[in-house]
Design a binder for this molecule. Sequence first.
Ligand code: SF4
Length: 455
Amino acid sequence: MKEEIGILEGRQGQVFEKKSGEAEQLDISCEKTSLSGSVSQRACVFCGSRVVLYPVADALHLVHGPIGCAAYTWDIRGAVSSGPELHRLSFSTDLGEMDVIYGGEKKLYLSLIELIDKYKPKAAFIYSTCIIGLIGDDIDAVCKKVSKETGIPVLPVHSEGFKGTKKDGYKAACTSLMKLVGTGSIEGISPYSINILGEFNLAGEAWIIREYYEKMGIEVVSTMTGDGRVDAVRRAHGATLNVVQCSGSMTTLAKDMEEKYGIPYMRVSYFGIEDMSKSLYDVAKHFSDRPDIMDAAKEIVSKEVAKLYPELQKFKKVLAGKKAAIYVGGAFKTFSLIKALRSIGMSVVLAGSQTGNKDDYERLREMCDEGTIIVDDSNPVELSKFVLEKEADLLIGGVKERPIAYKLGIGFCDHNHERKIPLAGFIGMYNFAKEVYQSVMSPVWQFAPRKGGKI
Ligand code: SF4
């Protein structure tokens, strides 16, 4: 059956298999709109912007468009807040046919006035969806007018779904955040301070990371955007370093802040022992005139690894030789996952992302074992094909990949925004190994049709 599954002609350039002896650069096709006919796993521009901005918990998030655009965003994401939870409410102007004919500006204006009066948010983000791009509502003008009348920042997010890829949505979100940065007081901020960018506090992950840095004596000015607060974003230009985790989504903001405020940035990852430790050491190295910061980083790492290592060995004993397929949003996460899986004895047979660029895929090629498939902007048919052909025991992905794994009768690990278990930090590595172990070794798979079971 699996031999019958092909790859669409127009997608051949976005799929690559690492072969023995190949030394040449990987010329994979990427960073382009999805092929017509290929039901991409990648969401639209609007969804990209919403992913980035939604965790700002004391802001109003209003989706200007038909109600369907807001559906996926309603309270299914795992970004938690230590205080206000306005982000868990999803507002929409719910445009209908008459609004499309006569324009939705009035409805947007009235919705904003009513919502701001009722919820008293610190700022409002207004997301422009496909239909707004078509009917031409001037959301900038409405936002400006409402901001003047209410006294809070009302920020348009130009995220019409059709105008590019999910990555363009990230950019639109960064453009809106950049309008907030620089509008607050930076008095009293330590010269040993950072902003944590691209960390969305899924299941409380930002709190774990923040604690490590604070234990090292570093002030965390803002987390963008997990457990985010408008006032913290406004004073983010007072930090002396930007530490970027989800680089696909937040590098634009880091670059803009470097250009405008001279704040350098570095890419980090908080997944797996190796990358988590490196994230602490790299930041400590940046503040090299304070050796106590490095001493504290070393102490955290050695204490955490001493606790974690024996536990991981138990999982490794059972999981050694098992094979994983990875298909996630950003390629940078894939690098960490490959290392994390290797540390529990597993190999990677498929590594793909929705938004990787040529450099990301080249790095993947260097990291991966022979025979590994590298894929950009994939679809369910391709993912199923590779999982079957490579006989993967586990698929790591998000909400849209979960049914693929279960239908094929293999384990699944949710590593996307819907998860409810923290997978970042040292404790996150333990949770990850445990989840992988529980799913891969579940006795239920013996009943899967491809393993000979009957349903
Ligand atoms: S593609 Fe357009 S219509 Fe569909 S969810 Fe995105 S913004 Fe809404």
